[in-house]
Design a protein around this ligand. Sequence first.
Ligand SMILES: [Fe+2]
Length: 195
Amino acid sequence: MDIVDFEVNASALAGALAGLDRNTYRHSQRVQRLAVMIGKIMGLTQGELTTLSLGSLLHDVGKKYVPREILLKETTLAQEEWEVIELHPVYGWEYANAVNLGQVTQEIILHHHLWFDGQGGYPGHEEPVCPSLLAQITTVADVVDAMTQDRPYRRALSVETSLDYLQEKSGSQFGPDVVEIVIQNLAEIVSVMNV
Ligand SMILES: [Fe+2]
């Protein structure tokens, strides 16, 4: 486990967040809060929580490199536009690598759309790989927030609907231990998301 040095990464963090659109920035903050809360309940060490905090905050940093006209489009995206969006974990990994955020943080960013079983997700993975626990937590926090917020192309879904989806995909798309924690701590989860 690499433990981030906040002094070293402070300027990289500021630079990374500065380029994000407003919706992605606010989504990233909610995902960070939710991910860290899940991590604390799961008993992660302080070093792991610090890495999780940074990785979850920056999970979508690669969206800086997706053209705004695609990212903010309010109508259905064409296949080739989705293909550009699906590259954002790779773009984010390249950014994190360039500013030396550390291997575990870089993998959180690269793997945040990767399935737990290594079989699905966005491009960037030649071989099936199981994401780290920190990446699994970020993935679940990301999906819960994405489903329960309005998107340009659909209205927000209820917390109950998003939990049903988590359970349905537990063990395939999502890490089962993380899903279990979310189910067991629903009240706290909702309170964090409504901040
Ligand atoms: Fe993402």
